[in-house]
Unconditional design. Structure first.
Length: 755
């Protein structure tokens, strides 16, 4: 299981070096799929296939134009050749991670065809590198891969790309050569290629790529039992992944460190790193790697004789969805359960799981698993006192071990045969198998001695470096003296810097005071002196530019430059006349009138809810502007709201609070947004207010009047410089309707506002 887990991680790492750079112009959908590829390949494959199925390939204008990418960002129904290639490579990468190189190769060849048709040089070279990697994984035949490598080298020599891009592509190719050499047991050649790749990597300046490089070379050293070198690379990758905040690379590093510590039989450290990796993969559903991690944790628990914990993890593995499609894993897990129950002396369950495993083994050719099953049965028969059966089974397992050249199976079989034959009293044969057992064990011990000698060499080099560092102490003292000479200069520089800081602080305080004064001037300039509300000056500044911007937005919408129609929520303008504010001066005097206006301004501010605005137009006249977000709200309801605000205003003294209001919507003409400007709109409001004033003078009550253009009122009817005459004409023609709080007599519509 270690082999399957780490080979899967190695595939993900080595395939990534020619894959990650394809995401330079990735769409968000493909970017998400790319991130899932190294965790849940099946899900990544599904997302990429869905992307290809739901979008149409667009090649018009060529892939060299940025317009294609822009259209793809805004149009979710199309895909460019570059994004199509990226999606196919994601699928290929996922198929490779799912151990299906043939399907991976099919998708790469389809991507290669698109790159050739669109004349994409850089993606074409990347695709060929990835294809060579798949061919090597599929055949492990240098004759099939080398021609493609030669072709890539020719393409690189002929490609007219910038230096950084060429270095990146050459780095991918050198790593491919290193992988081929490593898998071919050409250790020295592989080391040379890795060193060359490291030199190229120093020119690329990509921290995450550096971590992946450390993982590759660490795995290479681990494969050939160079544990100290592997540990150096993997620890470097571990802390770099922590520093860069890359959980995925950290999880991959943890798995390789767990393998290293497991092989060195430092089981607690191996468990620690496996737990960290499991925490990451557990957050993703349907993760094949998580199941393999749990299996390795269970194996380590078994080696530590923590059999109950091992059982828990084995059952977790058996319940995993990913194992259900792999017959070899199903058989192996059942054998593990049988072996564990045997150590717990639960013989019935041991037999039960052996029988389940055997029922599958009878249809397969998994010789290694068959040998393990025979060894478990032999040990079980030893406990049950059936040594003869056990001897036969152990000998069968020994033959399989010799056939597979598996020293582990041979060691177990020889040791078990020695025990069984000794129980039978056959000491001669028992001695023979015990001798073979000791020979195999000694061979393993010699390997560990060689590793220990390597450790001693590393320690010696460390001591030599330490001695070298001691020789540097004199130079350090000399450097300290040199630093002391510069210390006085640093103090002077510090004093000068402090003076500059003080000057900057003083300047900042001055700027702050000036800003405060400017804010006060702005408030004084654009605030009515009596009420404290926004004044007419601010209205004259803001209203024209606001209406002009609205008109510009509408024109952009008409020409298709804006997606959403502007002015969907219209504005409603209300010109309000409050005679009681004027009457306050006449009734109570100038000072009392000022206090009344100030008190009213302070009161009405609290009633205005943004984005609504209230401007003090003149004396007792106010302009209220509010978004018409509720088309169902009638003019009467709006007036009643404003009237209620006025009636709730309770200053000292009794005042007859009559409210007059002229109402109009903006845009005034539904079919011609830009026909009425700001001054004309205010004139319309004044005309409506004049009618409301006449009604109020006649009845002595509050009134409102709303001038409303009909839906199809043409802009031509309002052309010219005299909006009042245009409105009178429009009223006579029925282009403007008058809505009012009272039926209006014909004589009132002459807009004569004199008493």
């Amino acid at each position: 299981m270690w082999y399957r887990l780490l080979s899967g991680i190695l595939i993900l790492i080595t395939a990534a070096f020619s894959f990650n750079t394809m995401a330079e112009s990735s769409s968000p959908v493909l970017e998400e799929a790319r991130k899932l590829t190294d965790v849940t390949p099946s899900q990544a494959r599904a997302v990429a296939k869905d992307y290809l199925n739901k979008r149409k390939l667009v090649t018009a204008g060529g892939s060299k134009s940025s317009g294609a990418l822009t259209r793809e960002d805004t149009n979710k129904d199309i895909r460019t050749p570059e994004s199509t290639i990226e999606a196919l490579l994601i699928i290929s990468h996922a198929e490779l991670a799912l151990d299906d190189p043939l399907k991976a190769l099919i998708n790469v060849e389809e991507a290669e065809s698109i790159a050739y048709s669109a004349n994409l040089i850089k993606p074409s070279i990347k695709i060929k590198t990835h294809k060579a990697h798949i061919l090597w994984k599929l055949y492990e035949d240098n004759e099939k891969v080398q021609p493609l490598i030669n072709e890539i080298e020719k393409d690189l020599a002929a490609a007219k790309l910038d230096k950084l891009a060429l270095n990146r592509l050459e780095y991918d190719l050198v790593l491919l050569k290193a992988e081929v050499a490593s898998d071919s047991a050409l250790i020295e050649s592989s080391d040379i290629y890795f060193e060359k790749a490291g030199d190229l990597l120093s020119t690329i300046d990509n921290p995450l790529l550096t971590i992946e490089y450390d993982l590759l070379i660490g795995k290479h050293n681990l494969k050939y039992k160079r544990y100290n070198k592997a540990l150096y690379n993997l620890l470097d990758a571990y802390w770099s992944a922590v520093e860069k905040g890359s959980p995925l690379l950290l999880a991959k590093t943890n798995l390789l460190l767990a393998e290293l510590y497991s092989e060195r039989e430092i089981l607690d450290k191996a468990l620690d790193h496996l737990s960290q990796a499991a925490d990451f993969y557990d957050s993703y559903g349907h993760s094949v790697i998580l199941t393999n991690i749990l299996k390795e944790m269970a194996d380590i628990y078994y080696q530590q004789s923590r059999f109950n914990l091992a059982l828990v993890q084995y059952f977790n593995v058996l319940d995993g969805e990913s194992i259900q499609n792999n017959l070899e894993d199903i058989i192996e897990t059942r054998l593990d359960l049988a072996r564990t129950y045997l150590q717990l002396y639960n013989f019935p369950l041991t037999e039960q799981y052996i029988d389940k495993a055997e029922s599958f083994l009878s249809y397969t050719n998994f010789d290694s698993l068959k040998a393990q099953s025979l060894l478990i049965q032999a040990e079980l028969n030893s406990h049950l006192g059936e040594e003869s059966k056990g001897v036969v089974q152990a000998k069968q397992a020994l033959e399989i071990g010799k056939k597979l050249s598996n020293s582990g199976i041979q060691t177990q079989a020889n040791g078990l045969l020695a025990q069984l034959l000794e129980k039978q009293g056959n000491f001669k044969d028992a001695y023979y198998y015990l001798h073979n057992y000791n020979r195999l064990t000694k061979s393993k011990q010699n390997l560990w001695l060689e590793i220990s000698e390597d450790d001693f060499t590393q320690q010696r080099e460390f001591i030599e470096k330490s001695i070298h560092y001691k020789n540097q102490e004199a130079k350090i003292i000399e450097s300290s003296q040199e630093r002391a000479r510069f210390q006085s200069s640093a103090i002077i520089l510090f004093i000068l810097s402090s003076i500059l800081v003080i000057l900057f602080i003083r300047r900042g305080m001055s700027v702050k005071v000036l800003k405060k004064q400017l804010a006060e001037l702005y408030t004084d300039h654009y605030t009515h002196p009596r009420s404290g509300l926004r004044n007419l000056r601010l209205l004259n500044v803001k209203l024209p530019s606001s209406l002009e911007q609205s008109s510009a937005n509408f024109e952009q919408w008409q020409t298709g430059e804006l997606i959403h129609e502007p002015l969907h929520d219209k504005l409603r303008f209300v010109m309000i006349d409050l005679p009681f504010l004027r009457a306050g001066y006449l009734k109570s005097g100038y000072k009392a009138g000022l206090e009344l206006e100030a008190l009213f301004g302070q009161y009405i501010k609290e009633k205005i809810v943004s984005p609504a605005r209230l401007y003090h137009f003149s004396d007792a006249m106010f302009l209220y502007v509010t978004p018409n977000t509720n088309p169902d709200q009638t003019e009467k309801e709006l007036f009643e709201t404003i009237n209620q605000w006025i009636q709730n205003f309770q200053p000292e003294g009794s005042l007859e609070k009559i409210v007059r209001a002229g109402i109009a919507d903006y845009p005034f003409l539904p079919r011609a947004y830009t026909a009425i400007n700001d001054k004309e709109l205010i004139d319309i409001l004044l005309m409506a207010l004049g009618i409301a004033r006449k009604l109020s003078l006649e009845s002595g009550e509050s009134h409102w009047v709303n001038l409303k253009a009909i839906e199809n009122a043409p802009a031509a009817s309002f052309a010219g410089d005299d909006i009042r005459s245009a409105c009178k004409s429009a009223l006579s023609k029925g282009l403007i309707k008058i809505h009012s709080s009272q039926k209006i007599e014909d004589g009132i519509i002459n807009f004569d506002t004199t008493d």
